[in-house]
Design a protein around this ligand. Sequence first.
Ligand SMILES: Nc1nc2c(ncn2[C@@H]2O[C@H](COP(=O)(O)OP(=O)(O)OP(=O)(O)O)[C@@H](O)[C@H]2O)c(=O)[nH]1
Ligand SMILES: [Mg+2]
Length: 360
Amino acid sequence: MFQFSSSLHFASVRLFRFLRVAVGLTLIVLAVFYSFVITSTFINDRYRQHFFETKYIDPHKDLSIFVTNSKRLKAVIVILVRNSELEQLLPTLRQLEERWNKKYNYPYVYLNDVVFTSEFIEKTSAVTNAKTYHDIIPSEMWSYPSWIDQTKAARSRARMQNDHVPYGGLESYYHMCRFNSGFFFRHPLLKEYDYYWRVEPGVEFNCNIDYDPFAFIQKNNISYGFTISLKERANTIPTLWQNTKQFIKDHPQFISPRNSAKLISDNDMETYNLSEAYLKFFEYLDKAGGFFYERWGDAPIHSIAAALFLEKTNIHFFNDIAYKHRELQHCPPEQEIHESGKCQCDPKNNFGNKHLLSVD
Ligand SMILES: Nc1nc2c(ncn2[C@@H]2O[C@H](COP(=O)(O)OP(=O)(O)OP(=O)(O)O)[C@@H](O)[C@H]2O)c(=O)[nH]1
Ligand SMILES: [Mg+2]
């Protein structure tokens, strides 16, 4: 049994106990919606071996992706953010620029459900030499679909709040999760890109990233990258796994023969175009109403999709990318990485040290 999680999140207290989500740094291939999450996970060779069943690909062994004058890929940094989060966002941007993007100048796309203030636009543009684009989200991507009973949704939020589910009473949070699950990659500003890296305000990147992760994922045919993987809260997804199993039953052709399903569930799971598989999966879940009647997050949705629809070799754990999101931190434990002097984090305080997963 394995458990993958917070951006790749997954499956049930019964099932959800085994649900893990890859959170964190999310690099995704857009063309086919390959969510490429970089999150932090633990560095356990046995686990890693179990997960990937192939040799770990170490980006530092490929000098070609360190070259900075090579052509930039059609790739973008995507940030969904509120105006009120500007002060938390700026240090994140400065760090990302300093530790990585000043060498590459990948563009930024900022999305918001309301209009960005001129202060927001000015300050987020001033921290980078790269192009920045800011836009509002079309209302149909951030509103209730016709089939949702809004009274039932409100009752469910009240229940969640009562149960102290984080953000359970916050209506906008539900729209945010639905948008991040099924729409952001279809926003008009993202149409021209093949890859994305999702960044959130307040996140820290505490090691230098000396190479181009987009070049790395393209070269190695990777669709989803992450740095942290954790369990999802069971009470936010009581019927997600059940719906996923029904989807699999209805669309067996979408399930990759070399999937990672055992990483998200200890139940046995019973070829195609990935984009089609993902969009059908999202549509199916959206119709089931769990984005509003429960509190399905985008992390478990992406994680399940990556685990089912991708081959194991299409998923990469970015060990060398230090990532901190509130109390969650991936800090690479390898001594060599720290000896280079390019990190400012304590490997003893690493998510993976405390959350080694059972792979039996
Ligand atoms: N524009 C906009 N952005 C939002 C809204 N709600 C959340 N976001 C963004 O969506 C991302 C995730 O929201 P968070 O509130 O951080 O949710 P979370 O990551 O699950 O929770 P934390 O662990 O508290 O960080 C962040 O980049 C937020 O800035 C919203 O109502 N409007
Ligand atoms: Mg957050």
